[in-house]
Design a protein around this ligand. Structure first.
Ligand SMILES: [Zn+2]
Length: 285
């Protein structure tokens, strides 16, 4: 799912960013969008990527259709899991990384984006200040910079952040909620980030806080309407339990954005990707 939406005016609920802990709503059996109850739609899901132990369910809101992994891991559990499974490998200067860099900057890659769908926003041009939330070692930062943005990153993994800094980028190692930029951003990129959040509404409020008036957030995340999900069922790669906490559809993501004070921009579009990220997996709504 890929969205570009504008921040408009001041936050609709400015006290929230100060008053509500980031995981405030994660443990409740009520929907963060509409307050209704959830019902289980799938059980027995396991971590098919890393083999983490545990069995999970997916619950869906009876009213709005928002889906959520259950049980929701605690912040401490997630921290342990991320440190064990998601650590940046620090691979630099290898033949693979050199080839990857060359491909990402190449004409064939630009053609591929046109055919495949630009789920990482690599074809969008600046100018303006851009923050890549979860920038890893800075692959996206290179491309956003090449496209005319003054690109900076937020990355909790210190090793990955260091690689990006060595490449010349400003990368901050702190939680989004604690981040106080020196100047607001014109664009914030959440590429495959929001679905990992224990409290995505709070994350959007936090982004709202650091955006300039009429700044934009660009969002990519897997779609709960994926046809690949229908085909693969419980083997769908983007269940990705327990790391994917929420499973959004265009409707529920739009609702979440509206609740957080955003409005859809004229030039934006929503498109959904489904694991492989190919255009054949995508739908534009
Ligand atoms: Zn709901």
């Amino acid at each position: 799912m890929n969205q570009s939406v504008d921040r408009v005016g001041e936050m609709s609920n400015p006290e929230v960013s100060q008053a509500v802990p980031r995981s405030s709503e994660a443990g409740k059996e009520t929907c963060i969008l509409c307050g209704s109850g959830f019902e289980p739609i799938l059980s027995g899901l396991t971590d098919t990527r890393f083999g983490t132990l545990g069995s999970y369910e997916v619950h869906r809101c009876r009213d709005c259709g928002l889906e959520r992994t259950w049980p929701v891991p605690s912040l401490a559990e997630l921290k342990t899991l991320y440190e064990a499974q998601y650590n940046f490998g620090g691979e630099t200067g290898t033949r693979y990384t050199r080839l990857r860099e060359r491909f990402l900057m190449s004409f064939p890659y630009r053609v591929w984006m046109r055919l495949d769908g630009d789920i990482a926003f690599h074809s969008r041009g600046g100018p303006g200040r851009l923050l890549d939330v979860g920038c890893n070692e800075g692959r996206g930062l290179r491309i956003y910079t090449k496209n005319g943005f003054l690109a900076e990153g937020l990355e909790l993994n210190e090793r990955a952040a260091m690689q990006a800094r060595i490449a010349g980028f400003n990368v901050y190692t702190c939680l989004l909620g604690d981040y106080k930029p020196t100047a607001p951003y014109d664009v914030a990129v959440l590429s495959n980030v929001l679905e990992h959040s224990l409290d995505p509404k709070q994350m959007l409020w936090d982004v709202h806080r650091i955006l300039a008036i009429n700044g934009k957030v660009w969002i990519t995340c897997p779609s709960s309407h994926s046809w690949l999900r229908k085909i693969f069922g419980r083997s769908w790669i983007n269940w990705h339990v327990p790391f994917h906490i929420f499973h959004f559809s265009p409707k529920t993501l739009r609702q979440l954005l509206e609740n957080a004070g955003y409005t859809r921009s004229q030039d934006s579009f929503y498109f959904l990707h489904y694991g492989s990220g190919t255009k054949s997996d995508a739908v534009i709504v």
